[in-house]
Ligand binder design. Structure first.
Ligand code: DGP
Length: 114
């Protein structure tokens, strides 16, 4: 998608602070971190929202979570704990319409989220 911010990162047109990359996944630090560790894990394939997932793209979610696990381990928060969350559509606070897994940790997390 030519007008998608995260697709531009995948294409190398915008260079985020990358912490993990493989054939299907890119992960980079959030520009507005909400925790000491706040990384966004995205599929390289453009998928606008989780409502657009289907049987063909669902396996990408497992890859996002495996990347999150590695990122959390590298950040030293795997044992203390971290949160992995995706927002879907405006009511949940989604602002970038290319699915992304927020990985947050390094501070206590409240529940329920706001
Ligand atoms: P959400 O609100 O769930 O769609 O999260 C979008 C996140 O994307 C938000 O936490 C801020 C982050 N973000 C927006 N623009 C940029 C950017 O240009 N670079 C980086 N690294 N993160 C961005």
């Amino acid at each position: 998608m030519s007008d998608c911010l995260f697709c531009k990162m995948v294409a190398g047109e915008i260079k985020p602070d990358v912490v993990y990359e493989d054939d299907d996944v890119l992960a980079f630090r959030d520009v507005n971190p909400q925790a000491p560790t706040h990384v966004l894990v995205i599929p390289k394939q453009h998928i606008a929202t989780t409502n657009d997932l289907d049987a063909a793209t669902a396996p990408l979610l497992g890859k996002l979570f495996l990347a999150a696990k590695q990122i959390a381990g590298d950040a030293g928060i795997a044992e203390s704990g971290y949160r992995s969350v995706m927002n879907c559509n405006p009511g949940a606070g989604q602002s970038v319409y290319h699915i992304h897994l927020h990985v947050l940790g390094g501070r206590p997390m409240g529940w329920p989220p706001g």
